[in-house]
Design a protein around this ligand. Sequence first.
Ligand code: NDP
Length: 475
Amino acid sequence: APAQIAVTGLAVMGRNLARNLARNGFRVAVHNRSQGRTDALIEEFGHEGEFTAAADLPALVESLETPRKIIIMVKAGEPTDAVIDELVPLLDEGDIVVDAGNAHFADTRRREDALKAKGLHFVGAGVSGGEEGALNGPSIMPGGSTFAYAALEPMLTKIAAHVNGESCCVHVGPDGAGHFVKMLHNGIEYADMQLIAEAYDLLRHVLGLSAPEIADVFRDWNSGDLESFLIEITAEVLSQVDESTGGPFVDVVLDQAEQKGTGRWTVQVALDLGIPVSGMAEAVFARSLSGDVVRREAAAGVLPGPAGKVSVDRDAFIEDVRHALYSSKLVAYAQGFDAIRAASEQYGWNIDLGAMATIWRGGCIIRARFLDRIKEAYDRDANLPSLLVDDYFKEAVANGQEAWRRVVGVAAAAGVPAPGFSASLSYYDGLRAERLPAALIQGLRDLFGAHTYHRVDREGAFHLDWSGDRKEHDA
Ligand code: NDP
């Protein structure tokens, strides 16, 4: 029988996705630009299911039932375009091309447009969970037409992770919606990791705890509201002992965080949408600062820090940091969902926000217990203006905010950088403020640039004749 689906690009992700499909009983055709990877897959894992090895793209296309469904899992960017260009002339109207790589959603929109003009369906599908997820159940965020999704749904929902019997694959929306949500997932992942790193740094430098002691703290936190994959693996990394030195593994790792760019994309896109994603932005900047060796070397030991030591009660401070971490994390998600909502409005995607939290409950890097709370929040009110004003979130932050403020204060006094905690707290305070100093900014803008202002008590735009009689005029 012809294959039901094809995968081209058999590096770690493509290979594991193909195996996942085969293990779930689907007939999979496989192809890779260099034949070696295809041969290796068949040799090592061919027994796991029904594979058809194709030597080139024409053979791959030939092996499929129609309408054809082909998953591209190659390096994002130009390689994806190269594969699409080679594939398209081989396809028939109605065939479905899936890009499961980490594409920028703008590229996905462009590709969807181009293929639609040729009568083909293009599905940009975000896939999260790394190589392990791809094999055992990733979180899948497919975009594209309803028709294309309906054709893929039985396969995608089956190979995705499942939580409480629900698949972590939901149709996100048209064209670039899936890759947009995947990008936001990565942005939130950046923020989450930065906040975890700040919590670790504070426990280490304010309390003087050792890495294994902090591992125990995280293990303990993982049994409460913070329960998540990232908290769990933080305990694992912090307990790891380096073989050559016998000390903590974390102490021998160079402290320069790298990035592949999806966090940066998130922040760039949010700037364009006009949505503050300060938690994610600080996370991206903190990674950039960590890698800025020239300036760090020029400043380390040269720029003065606080004179005295800050002393705090150990157990109380640990509990305070837990609250700061959770509250800041809630802000990161609230900001992330604001960005999704704004993009959904701008591009007409009609994204079901609660369903997005469902997709992330399993399979992906940010999987966490508290994602159920997001789903519940949008079930209570689909038009929730901000996650932070939902009852659950409001109460969680209300319980934690005093602690959060103490932690940001201690961090400043102790000279430990906590950009994620403090930016999130500032966002929270900005959001809840009844009056913001933006009024003064408007005044300044009107004085130097005649940019006009609005009044609290009357409709219309006004301008003050600053250099003349200082009287107000209608603008
Ligand atoms: P890589 O991103 O390392 O890409 C390698 C694959 O791309 C190989 O199969 C390679 O073929 C193929 N390739 C590169 N250039 C071309 C080209 N011009 N024409 C045809 N094929 C080409 O592989 P990964 O498996 O790590 O990732 C695949 C995709 O999944 C990427 O878009 C990545 O961003 C995304 N992703 C990765 C995750 C991860 O944890 N690694 C997680 C989620 C998504 P060849 O063997 O011939 O060189």
